[in-house]
Design a binder for this molecule. Structure first.
Ligand code: SF4
Length: 450
């Protein structure tokens, strides 16, 4: 151990196989979970974050190492863990992948934090001090009341956006989503004043609210969002932000107005598909309730506030055929969605979809953990119901060429400007489309569906 106290090195690994959102600085996101773990670490430890979003990992001395990983980056996490373990330095892995598959993770690391760290990190550090680190640490979901703000000072200064979390959990149950199993079905809300203090403390003028739905689905979540937006306005924070929301935001015009006044420029909305059949496939209840025929009206209401719509779509629902995908692509291009995010359906471990495909013997990848690198939403890793994997991959690649063409992007820019009456919002949308263009046109790999 160093004379200067104990050294905790926290690492954010990157999937080297496909860079995705790391191709452009504007679309990189800070590893918020590591910033929270750093905040939970008591004085007496020196804490450093090594972040492969910006720089390839270089070995740094440590007494304890904590790594976070999503499924696509977990191989890299295991590689880095091996370097430390070969020197006898204990490695802890947390995050959504390890929480879903702790037994796999324990083959590569010393200890796994299952679920959220708030309830177990202090215990883990005490066990480390006593030389009795346990294999797993699990705790009940934290109520977030005592969750400290993340240590933004430890993040790489190159991030364009400050990442802020105001709530966790989602009461919905989309088949492909790992949020309910990781963060639970109950909304848990941070103290709004502490959120506003955190926003005021970051030097960034641009924010990304990482919540799965910034306005939630019930009255207390809505009041919470109102308190945060009003706090930002009252304190004249002059930040611009984007967040994920759900289509139900159109049922709350006053909230939408307040969002705009507090600096909202863009809302990422899970459209998923333009037809009800595909929505039923994935149990996307909120879109089904509002109805696909109302999408146009919904976008208009958002545009009226000068806010742009980032529409997230999926290719590869069970009812999808090549023709259905062509229709989806056409819809994305011709509808008034401002920014297009198109992903290939990906059964992440921990989701009902993963279990279903496993049971139906439809997973195309079997060499785990190596094959997890393909679970990044661009490769086809399962056997679609009404297409061959090759047809799905080819349809998707053809779609990316169209969606990401400069002609489409230029048309979208003009249309967004017209619809929102805001050049600033149109520039936001333009930049976001460039981010997705980089992801969509990233050179295809050697991977051939399993
Ligand atoms: S996709 Fe969104 S709405 Fe559906 S379960 Fe996940 S977080 Fe909730």
């Amino acid at each position: 151990m160093s004379d200067r106290g104990k050294r905790l090195v926290l690492i954010n690994p990157a999937n080297g196989y496909r860079k995705g959102y790391l191709l452009r600085r504007e679309s990189k996101q800070a590893p918020l979970g590591l910033g929270i773990v750093a905040s939970l670490t008591p004085p007496g430890w020196s804490v450093k974050i090594l972040d492969e979003n910006f720089k390839e990992f270089r070995y740094r001395e440590a007494d304890l190492v904590g790594i976070t990983a999503v499924t696509a980056s977990v191989n890299r996490a295991y590689e880095i863990a091996a370097m430390y373990r070969s020197k006898g330095i204990p490695v802890v892995l947390g995050g959504i992948h390890a929480s879903s598959l702790p037994d796999e993770a324990l083959r590569y690391v010393d200890s796994v934090v299952i679920g959220e760290a708030e309830g177990s990190w202090a215990r883990l550090l005490a066990d480390f001090d006593n030389g009795s680190l346990q294999k797993t640490y699990t705790s009940a979901l934290s109520n977030l009341k005592n969750t400290p703000p993340a240590r933004h000072d430890l993040f790489h200064p190159g991030y364009f956006f400050a990442s802020i979390q105001t709530s966790r959990g989602c009461p919905m149950d989309c088949e492909f989503c790992s949020v309910p199993s990781f963060n639970g079905h109950q909304y848990r809300l941070r103290d709004p004043e502490s959120v506003v203090d955190e926003i005021a403390s970051v030097p960034h003028s641009l924010l990304y609210f990482v919540d799965d739905n910034i306005i939630g689905y019930n009255k207390s979540a809505e009041d919470h969002a109102v308190a945060i937006f009003e706090g930002m306005i009252r304190r004249n924070l002059k930040k611009e932000w984007f967040a994920q929301a759900s289509l139900n935001i159109i049922e709350k015009p006053e909230l939408l107005k307040l969002a705009r006044k507090s600096g909202c420029r863009m809302l990422l909305i899970g459209i998923e598909a333009e037809n009800a059949e595909a929505l039923k496939d994935s149990n996307k209840k909120v879109n089904l309730r509002l109805g696909v025929d109302n999408y146009k009206k919904a976008f208009r209401m958002i545009h009226r506030q000068g806010i742009t719509v980032l529409g997230a779509f999926i290719y590869g629902m069970d009812s999808d055929t090549t023709e259905a995908l062509n229709n989806r692509t056409r819809y994305m291009i011709t509808s008034s969605v401002d920014v297009i995010q198109a992903s290939v359906m990906t059964p992440l471990p921990g989701t009902r979809l993963f279990e279903k495909f496993k049971k139906e013997n439809r997973l195309l990848c079997h060499d785990f953990p190596k094959d997890w690198q393909h679970f990044h939403f661009s490769d086809v890793v399962f056997d679609p119901a009404l297409m061959t994997p090759k047809e799905l991959a080819e349809s998707t690649n053809r779609a990316y060429q169209k969606i990401c063409s400069m002609q489409t992007l230029r048309r979208k820019f003009i249309r967004t400007w017209w619809n929102t009456r805001s050049l600033r919002s149109a520039v936001w949308a333009w930049n976001s489309n460039l981010n997705y263009r980089s992801v969509g046109l990233e050179k295809p790999s050697e991977y051939k569906y399993g």
